[in-house]
Design a protein around this ligand. Sequence first.
Ligand SMILES: [Fe+2]
Ligand SMILES: [Fe+2]
Length: 151
Amino acid sequence: MNAEDIIEALNRALAAELSAIEIYTAHARVIREPGVAQGVLAIRDVEQEHARALAGRVRSLGGVPVPPGAPATVVGRAAGAVTTQLSTADMLLLELSEEQQAMIDYVASIAQIMDDYDTLDLLEEHLVDEMRHARWLKSQIRAAQARPVAT
Ligand SMILES: [Fe+2]
Ligand SMILES: [Fe+2]
């Protein structure tokens, strides 16, 4: 991967993070179980940190970061808004699918980058965070599926 490819991969990751932030924010507002809503907000804060770090890395490589408010943010906001009608378990399943895709995309970039160690450090850190998020979501999905649906 040359610098241009790396900037492109970082911007794709940034767009996914911006979209995830919108989804987590929308879901945290409507999830009725306080512990779950709090956990979702805590993940949202980590994704905000990821977005800041990715934008910073794009800039230091001489690129222009995807801005908040770009199409990815709008799509994420729409996905978040539409899916607030779902059960808690289904909202968490949607969040899990975002985390799974993020893990796959981070691994693909890590596998391809040859010698940009600053970017590799950043992406490896993010990958570990997404793995933790996925693990927490899976445990919450199991718990939510075991609960009677709140009406
Ligand atoms: Fe993230
Ligand atoms: Fe995550």
